[in-house]
Design a protein around this ligand. Structure first.
Ligand code: M6R
Length: 364
């Protein structure tokens, strides 16, 4: 049921504060602000390498998680889209955790990759939204997201819930590996618990984003730029826009612009820049200035501090709450989802059932 919403996608975007809170509640022990994972019969502290495999939006959640696993737990991470992973003869070392991320738990390429890793003796971790799915049944470590049924073909709430689970897992692994002490774990948990309120604050900018949709709707091409954990968010923003508005969009690591894509820039190409204030901000902004110097029209998504610093001269700006870097990828998912949604509405495309796409891709 859509309730008061025009589309399932819109409803699912607005459910995020609630479902992220629900998901976190099942991974966090409130009495002592510790991460609690389901009981498993293997020792996570022995994990030497993580191999992440997924498709589409779930793959982008995995890209964000790679930063967390490597930063917090210092465990090396390989990541690949499932359709490539299976055909490149991956080297899977003993003692590895293979982690599969999927909303449906039925994506054929991801499932085939899972079975391959199982045969190779990897421990199988699964982050999945459908607890009765094939992937859930085949997991050694089952980490459900509690997003509830996702109907819109464009994935939204499943993504932010995946990020919540993956952040909790990264912190837990770091503790088990002796890389994080109790106080640090509690601090990570505290920041994670701030996510639902921050998502709500991000949703408050819905009207502002709706009112700028007409700036993007006429474009033929749109670029998204981000750095660090915001690079996967740029890829996710571009995917959302392509899927539901049929505008050609690409995400780039902002530092890569000068290695080619900047040749595309002229005043007809809007460039969406994701840049929360923080250690990576100045670098991203300098890449943004290079784009602007070539006539590029910038939409800057940042917090008040970032917008005060670099917002001048932009085509438009989108203000986000100032949040801890850990939860920024969850919070910055909201404006890219809303932007794609409102642009699609402005173009009159079928938001929930975009052409040529299925909710669950069960063919390889
Ligand atoms: O069910 P899964 O998470 O395995 O699906 C993976 C992709 O097919 C999915 O994320 C797809 O890219 C979405 N339509 C993105 O919005």
């Amino acid at each position: 049921e859509k309730g008061n919403y025009r589309h399932f996608m819109q409803k699912e975007i607005f459910e995020q504060p609630t479902v992220v809170a629900q998901t976190l509640a099942s991974y966090i022990h409130r009495a002592d602000n510790a991460v609690a994972l389901p009981q498993v019969d293997f020792d996570l502290s022995t994990v030497k390498r993580i191999t992440i495999v997924a498709c589409g939006t779930s793959y982008y959640a995995g890209m964000v998680a790679k930063y967390w696993f490597e930063t917090f737990a210092r465990v090396p991470v390989d990541i690949d889209v499932a359709s490539e992973f299976r055909y490149r003869e991956p080297v899977l070392e003993e003692g590895g955790l293979a982690l599969f991320i999927s909303q449906s738990g039925e994506t054929a390429d991801t499932l085939a990759a899972l079975r391959h890793c199982k045969e190779e003796g990897q421990t199988i971790g699964v982050v999945v939204n459908v607890p009765t799915s094939s992937m859930a049944r085949e997991a050694d470590l089952l980490l459900p997201t509690h997003a509830g049924p996702e109907i819109g073909v464009a994935s939204t709430k499943a993504f932010t819930c995946q990020l919540a689970v993956l952040a909790a897992l990264a912190a837990h692994l770091a503790v088990r590996k002796g890389r994080m002490d109790r106080a640090e774990e509690q601090e990570v948990v505290r920041h994670l618990l701030e996510a639902p309120a921050a998502l709500n604050a991000a949703l408050d900018f819905d009207d502002d984003i709706a009112s700028m949709a007409h700036l993007i709707a006429p474009a033929r091409d749109v670029l998204y730029l981000g750095r660090g954990p915001d690079y996967p968010l740029a890829l996710e923003g571009a995917l959302k826009l392509k899927e539901i508005s049929y505008i050609h969009a690409e995400g780039y690591a902002s530092g890569e612009m000068k290695h080619g894509p900047i040749a595309l820039i002229d005043e007809s190409v809007p460039v969406i820049v994701l840049a929360p204030s923080g250690p990576l901000f100045e670098k991203t902004v300098s890449n943004m200035q290079e784009v602007r110097a070539r006539g590029g029209k910038i939409v800057l998504i940042s917090d008040e501090e970032g917008l005060a610093d670099a917002g001048e001269g932009c085509l438009a700006t989108i203000a986000m709450p100032k949040v801890h870097p850990l939860i920024a990828p969850l919070v910055y998912a909201v404006p890219v989802q809303l932007l794609a949604y409102h642009v699609a509405c402005a173009k009159g495309t079928d938001v929930d059932q975009p052409r040529n796409l299925a909710k669950s891709v069960t063919v390889e």
